[in-house]
Write a protein that binds this ligand. Structure first.
Ligand code: PGA
Length: 251
């Protein structure tokens, strides 16, 4: 079996000014000392160029399907790459909700990102009502099969499973539920893509220094997509340390 890459990815969302990059130095230290894992900070586009010298990967949080053109207010994958990004988050639930992004659009954005040489962090996740109606796996299967193009492989794509009801709420599924869902995502990927079972699958939604260690110990969890806690350099550094420790335990 291919070695699955462990990833700690921060998502700053619409937060962060130039002065906030100063605090990132602490995170950098953790990122440098841990060669077993990859660390990514998905920043607002305004900070990407400034973050070029960071000793970790940076990423954007969305991109347009076109590489340039008359699309006021948008940013292309090429432009993100030009500003130093090597990753991009696509299909985040906030984009799906705020901008009614459909799986078909996300599919085309993924292709645009790959063309620009970016690794895609593709977000999938169910709403609270999907969860309560026990529709989680159906929703995830639909999102994966409709938004992930043929050609996805372990180098160009990372999956982030983020239950929408867990994002920013302090609530998470149980460990058993997270492991079960990640295992099922791996099965779905394995059925549709040659390297499907070896994709890195991150958990996202209220990951914090209080719960990261236990979540990262789960067999089919390969790291986390971290929103709120990634804005606090000490908290994010602790989460990176927890991920590193889990690699030692699982080896
Ligand atoms: P959160 O956000 O860690 O603040 O819940 C995660 C995300 O939306 O990527």
């Amino acid at each position: 079996m291919t070695h699955r890459i462990k990833i700690a990815a921060g998502n700053w969302k619409m937060n962060g000014k130039r002065s906030d990059l100063v605090g990132v130095a602490k995170i950098e230290v953790e990122a440098q000392f841990n060669p077993e894992i990859q660390t990514v900070l998905c920043l607002p586009s305004t900070l990407l160029d400034r973050a070029r010298n960071l000793k970790m990967n940076t990423g954007g949080q969305d991109c347009h399907v076109a590489s340039s053109g008359a699309h006021t207010g948008d940013i292309s994958a090429d432009m993100l790459a030009d500003a130093g990004a090597s990753f991009v988050i696509l299909g985040h639930s906030e984009r799906r909700t705020d901008y009614k992004e459909a799986d078909a659009t996300i599919h085309d954005k993924v292709i645009a990102a790959w063309k620009a040489g970016l690794t895609v962090i593709l977000c999938i996740g169910e709403t609270r009502s999907d969860y309560e109606a026990k529709q989680t796996l159906n929703v995830l299967r639909r999102q994966l099969t409709h938004s992930l193009p043929k050609g996805a492989n372990t180098r160009n794509t990372v999956i982030a499973y983020e239950p929408i009801w867990a994002i920013g709420t302090g609530r998470t599924p149980t460990h058993e539920e997270i492991q079960h869902t990640h295992g099922e995502i791996r099965n779905i990927l394995g059925a549709h893509f040659t390297q499907g079972r070896s994709f890195s699958i991150l958990y996202g939604g209220s990951v914090s220094p209080q719960n990261a260690k236990q979540i990262f110990r789960l067999n089919d969890v390969d790291g986390g997509l971290i929103g709120g806690a990634s804005l606090d350099a000490e908290a994010f550094s602790q989460i990176i340390r927890d991920l590193t420790a889990s690699v030692g335990e699982l080896a």
